[in-house]
Design a protein around this ligand. Structure first.
Ligand SMILES: Cc1cc2nc3c(=O)[nH]c(=O)nc-3n(C[C@H](O)[C@H](O)[C@H](O)COP(=O)(O)OP(=O)(O)OC[C@H]3O[C@@H](n4cnc5c(N)ncnc54)[C@H](O)[C@@H]3O)c2cc1C
Length: 396
């Protein structure tokens, strides 16, 4: 079976010149293969982010004022294609996709100057402190409190599932400044120094054996008032903006990455002589159609951000498409490989250092993080199909 890459619209000449320049930069400065040791890998990633930033190749959609590239939509597409193809490390933490758009839109000039460029350069790693043991999908029930004391807030409580918390320098958190019953009307958006006294991070082990996320405890942590984004008790409105961008930001890059992963799986199946099986080919055709749909939907999402300044509901559709695709492709890969596909990477007969097994385990969480599949389906039902609002959720 031959897989043809989808035809893209003919690009204007300047975009092709940009592609050539970017490709040259990526080839010349490519950081090579990632080190195995997590500490070394972190330093390796930071070094790459600094190189990209210093050479003017970071933040494709960010304003130039804060070190970004301010690219046209066509050039952002080129950027994500080339970066995904080059296999260079992606951003660290969750700040770029979620906190940065909020700071750009609602932060003071001083906050923008202070936080944005170091985040983009990888000098500071930001992690998202929203979820709590009793507040996930129903985030307005969060209970971590911030009590105003003069020019400071005193923060107490617990966050959970905080991705990259162990590497974080800064948490962007939602905290309760209103009464306990105030729900979304009493929530404030606060930026908290991860190294401040009273902050404790306890890593949690995930299915793959890694420690992607952690529990974070705040015990009388003092946070200066100038670390608040927007007004007190107005954090819910701000958080809703950033969530939309979170879903949208990675969509195009992921579309490119999965385009490549599918081709790699097909090559593996060909080497193993499995493409002779009509049922296997049928599964590949299904995945091929889906990977193309993901790409077109990602373009639609980004076009919406550029045209209206908001990702809109198309971003929820992207997330649904990508998360079910990544679960299905890894499940299919593990099925194809049979018992050998279940071997850990230290086993001599492990296939491709067990990448498919690790992917299978890792993607079990894809339909939970950044909003569960059910919550995404609710969003599509209400915002795209116009069905009645879920009475259990806060009003829009
Ligand atoms: C890999 C990963 C990384 C994460 N990273 C972060 C992070 O960096 N920062 C952070 O703050 N959080 C993070 N999270 C937490 C994530 O946002 C929450 O797990 C998610 O919002 C679900 O919340 P919950 O776990 O409390 O489940 P619950 O909200 O308790 O949901 C339990 C079940 O009920 C369903 N459900 C709940 N409400 C409804 C409804 N109204 N309609 C239909 N079904 C419903 C859910 O879909 C789910 O199946 C991460 C989670 C994962 C898995």
């Amino acid at each position: 079976m031959t897989v043809h890459h989808q035809a893209t619209a003919p690009a204007a000449q300047p975009d092709e010149e940009f592609r050539a320049r970017l490709r040259e930069f990526l080839a010349e400065h490519h950081p090579g293969r990632p080190p195995k040791d997590p500490r070394e890998r972190l330093a390796w990633t930071k070094a790459w982010l600094a190189t990209s930033f210093d050479n003017g190749y970071a933040g494709p959609s960010w304003p130039r004022e804060f070190g970004g590239m301010e690219l046209s939509f066509a050039q952002q597409v080129v950027y994500h294609e080339e970066v995904a193809r080059a296999r260079v490390p992606g951003p660290l933490g969750t700040g770029l996709g979620i906190a940065a758009p909020t700071i750009i839109r609602y932060g003071t000039q001083e906050q923008k100057q202070r936080w944005l460029a170091p985040m983009l350069r990888g000098d500071t790693v930001w992690a998202q402190g929203y979820s709590e043991p009793g507040a996930g999908s129903d985030l307005p029930s969060l209970r971590t409190t911030a009590r105003r004391a003069g020019e400071e807030y005193i923060v107490n409580g617990q966050k959970v599932w905080t991705s990259h918390a162990a590497d974080a320098d800064i948490f962007f958190a939602l905290v309760r400044t209103g009464t306990r019953e105030s729900r979304q009307k009493g929530i404030t958006y606060l930026v908290i120094d991860a190294h401040a006294p009273g902050v404790q991070v306890r890593p949690l082990r995930d299915l793959t054996g890694g420690h992607l996320f952690a529990e974070v405890f705040f015990d009388d942590v003092r946070v200066p008032v100038e670390m608040r984004i927007g007004e007190e008790n107005d954090g819910w409105r701000l958080a809703r903006t950033s969530l939309g961008h979170e879903r949208a930001a990675g969509a195009l890059n992921q579309a490119e990455m999965y385009r490549r992963v599918l081709t790699e799986l097909e090559e593996l199946a060909r080497e193993r002589g499995q493409l002779a099986d009509a049922l296997v080919r049928d599964r590949f055709v299904d995945l091929e159609i889906r990977v193309r749909v993901i790409r077109y939907n990602a373009e639609r999402t980004i076009a919406g951000i550029l045209a209206r300044g908001a990702a809109g509901a198309a971003s929820s559709i992207s997330r649904l498409l990508i998360t079910s695709f990544e679960q299905d492709i890894h499940e299919f890969a593990v099925d194809l490989l049979g018992p050998a596909g279940l071997l850990g990477k230290s086993a001599p007969q492990a296939v491709q250092r067990s990448r498919w097994l690790v992917g299978f385990l890792r993607t079990r969480a894809s339909t939970i993080g950044a909003g569960t599949r059910e919550i995404q389906l609710n969003t599509v039902a209400e915002q795209v199909l116009g069905l009645p609002h879920d009475p259990g959720m806060p009003p829009r």
